[in-house]
Design a protein around this ligand. Structure first.
Ligand SMILES: NC(=O)c1ccc[n+]([C@@H]2O[C@H](COP(=O)([O-])OP(=O)(O)OC[C@H]3O[C@@H](n4cnc5c(N)ncnc54)[C@H](OP(=O)(O)O)[C@@H]3O)[C@@H](O)[C@H]2O)c1
Length: 317
């Protein structure tokens, strides 16, 4: 089968589209024929080792898993002997390492669910990553009625945060570039601030949470826009270095707190997301669609840090 592989760490140019062995499903796994996958900032970060500590998970000298990608949408081709809920022909979406490929095996009890009715494969292929990171960090279910500001509202995590916070009943202020104001408003933001024209910290408004979805702001600057007891959460993993100091300082010196959001992929969040999509409470934002053969170009674009929403890698027609 065809797959996007990288046998060493480095820039997008280390990626190759190659023939590799098709995986065989274990008893509790299904074989999915991938129709569409994606390229995320996490995929790029794990390949270019933007943060060296990611190598502790992916292989210190060389990548342990050479096939790139994590998000997938496709059709179940074959099921293992103990699989009960899924059947050949079912349309599914989810997350599994090695998804930039024609086939991938996923445990039935893993991060896999039926594709929500009404979504295309391209949309379903970018459905899981941003929302699952938001559900496990911002925890929007717990924030009904709160005032949440999403900084970097036009990215993958940002577009998910705006929609899910609004869906669960928060008052959402979104901060983005002027060109994305209408898009972000259409996602359910109550207020939108164009960061090129206005500094949200000088509006005289305060928030329960400032959720820095792209890690481009800072607690020091966001502090005056936080209510007493308010929380600044950065999604930038580089924040890890400042975190011990900031957390200690904010615990002891003030009532406003700062923290790093460490996202997790949880099956219960995937199933919840499917329900929200089917109820009309969430729609994935697709920026560009690249064919599998153009994986290098897709990764170059993702690494600009300027995509709007998500980038699809089309695997099959
Ligand atoms: N903590 C975790 O668990 C975790 C997990 C995965 C990823 N991450 C990290 O989370 C971050 C966001 O990921 P993502 O996929 O959402 O990113 P993304 O989609 O690449 O974000 C791109 C968006 O960021 C906006 N942006 C760029 N510079 C900005 C600035 N200075 N101010 C405001 N907006 C700006 C851009 O919009 P404009 O056109 O408005 O500039 C663009 O729409 C990345 O750093 C990624 O590595 C964290």
């Amino acid at each position: 089968m065809k797959a996007v592989v990288h046998e060493r760490y480095g820039p997008p140019e280390v990626l190759r589209v190659k023939e590799v062995e098709r995986p065989e499903p274990q008893q509790d796994e299904v074989l999915v024929r991938v129709v569409a996958s994606s390229v995320t900032r996490s995929d790029a970060g794990l390949r270019n080792t933007e943060y060296w500590f990611s190598r502790l998970l992916t292989g210190v000298r060389r990548p342990k898993r050479i096939v790139a990608g994590m998000e997938l949408a496709g059709v179940v081709e074959q099921v293992g002997a103990s699989v009960t809920e899924l059947h050949a022909g079912d349309e599914v979406f989810g997350i599994k390492g090695g998804a930039n490929a024609e086939y991938v095996c996923v445990r039935e009890s893993g991060l896999l669910a039926h594709k929500p009715a009404g979504l295309t494969f391209d949309e379903a292929a970018v459905l899981a990553d941003g929302p699952l990171l938001v559900l496990s960090t911002l925890e929007p279910q717990e924030r009904a009625g709160q005032r949440i500001l999403v900084y970097g509202a036009s990215g993958s995590i940002g577009t998910a945060a705006v929609q899910l916070a609004a869906h669960f009943g928060a008052h959402v202020t979104a901060v983005c570039n002027g060109k994305n104001v209408e898009l972000v408003r259409s996602l359910g933001a109550d207020e939108v601030v164009d960061y090129e024209r206005e500094d949200f910290t000088k509006r005289g408004e305060t928030y329960d949470v400032v959720y820095d979805a792209v890690g481009k702001h800072s607690f020091r600057r966001a502090r005056r826009a936080l209510r007493p007891g308010g929380l600044y959460m950065s999604m930038d993993l580089g924040y890890l270095w400042h975190l011990p100091l900031v957390v200690l300082a904010t615990r002891w010196l003030g009532s406003r707190r700062a923290t790093l959001g460490i996202g997790r992929y949880r099956r219960e969040d995937l199933l919840l997301l499917k329900e929200i999509v089917e109820a009309g409470g969430y729609r994935p934002v697709v920026d560009r669609v690249y064919p599998l053969e153009e994986a290098v170009e897709a990764n170059r674009y993702v690494e600009t840090g300027q995509k709007t929403g998500n980038v699809v890698l089309r695997v099959a027609s």
